[in-house]
Write a protein that binds this ligand. Structure first.
Ligand SMILES: Cc1cc2nc3c(=O)[nH]c(=O)nc-3n(C[C@H](O)[C@H](O)[C@H](O)COP(=O)(O)O)c2cc1C
Length: 293
């Protein structure tokens, strides 16, 4: 299959592996890129040394394009711009918080394009997608049935659908909605190449439709995660405190919780995020994910 997403990103299959902190390290990223998709290193908040080491490691495992993750907040971007002139990643994948700043996009996207990088921007509202497009990036949009048709109606850059997609059926649905590719995150966590604890892979595969809850909704930092002691505690904090106090307390109880689950396999106090709910009772094999052509 070839379309604008493949052409721009120089990949064979319009399938992007969403960056995941602690999880999408060089082995997974290279496996996805070698299979014809685009692997993305989950290094959004990582120190420069770690980013350099991961990029080097990825280049040892693949000669195909891959991306590095950043978060589109001002304090990150000068440092990143300096770093990319050194490591020259083929693609920059910018995650956004809500309210994308058009001026930031205009300024940095030009610098990154001039450095030879392609840009993917993850937006979660149509307004953010429009602001990002003016900056010249490529847009991914979450919550596919509502947002993808609206996004493709108003944008001229290629749109990639993301959230809750985990197989060929989701791919076909995304294309039917007007997207030119998909991004998947959660399902790649269960792949052999993902550097996460086996307890997490087991929990994902066993998760059913009622296994997850959304925490942080009331403090504007929503996150879907598998229900456990940590999520119960977080929900109780939200129920019993004002927004400001809850935000502070949530940060404290959730501190390092992703790492606790992903690296240490702690399924009681660790956080197992799933970005959008999907029942992962599939036999996972990376190459199966790329069968849709
Ligand atoms: C455990 C986990 C960690 C994530 N970490 C990041 C991150 O560091 N940066 C980022 O841009 N997105 C992150 N994401 C979002 C993914 O890149 C991707 O957009 C999302 O997982 C797609 O939805 P899906 O999981 O339903 O396929 C993370 C998702 C998960 C499940």
């Amino acid at each position: 299959m070839s379309n604008r997403v493949c052409e721009v990103l120089n990949i064979e299959k319009p399938i992007i592996q969403g960056p995941m902190a602690w999880i999408s390290t060089a082995p997974l990223v290279a496996a996805v890129s070698n299979a014809g998709g685009l692997g993305v290193l989950g290094v959004g908040f990582a120190p420069d040394e770690f980013v350099k080491e991961q990029v080097e490691e990825t280049r040892k495992l693949t000669d195909k394009p891959f991306g590095i993750n950043t978060v589109l907040i001002p304090e990150n971007l000068d440092r990143l711009t300096k770093l990319i002139s050194e490591i020259k990643p083929p693609v920059i994948y910018a995650d956004t918080l809500i309210n994308v700043d058009e001026q930031i996009c205009l300024h940095y996207f030009k610098l990154w394009h001039d450095a030879g990088c392609k840009i993917i921007l993850k937006a979660s509202t149509i307004a953010d997608a429009i602001a990002a497009e003016k900056g010249g990036g490529h847009t991914t949009v979450e919550a596919i049935t509502i947002l993808v048709p609206q996004a493709t109606d108003v944008l001229s850059v290629p749109v990639v659908a993301s959230g809750g997609i985990a197989d060929g059926r989701g791919f076909a649905a995304a294309i039917a909605l007007g997207a030119e590719g998909i991004e998947m995150g959660t399902i790649f966590m269960a792949a052999e190449e993902a550097s996460v604890h086996p307890n997490v892979k087991k929990a994902l595969i066993n998760a059913g439709d009622m296994s997850t809850v959304i925490t942080g909704y009331s403090t504007d930092e929503p996150c879907r995660q598998i229900k456990n002691k940590l999520s119960d505690e977080m929900i109780e904090i939200e129920a019993n405190n004002t927004k400001e106090v809850a935000a502070e307390l949530l940060r404290t109880v959730a501190e390092s919780s992703l790492k606790k689950a992903m690296i240490d396999g702690d399924m009681v106090e660790g956080a197992v995020w799933q970005d959008k709910l999907y029942h992962l009772s599939l036999k996972l094999n990376l190459s199966n994910l790329f069968l849709v052509k």
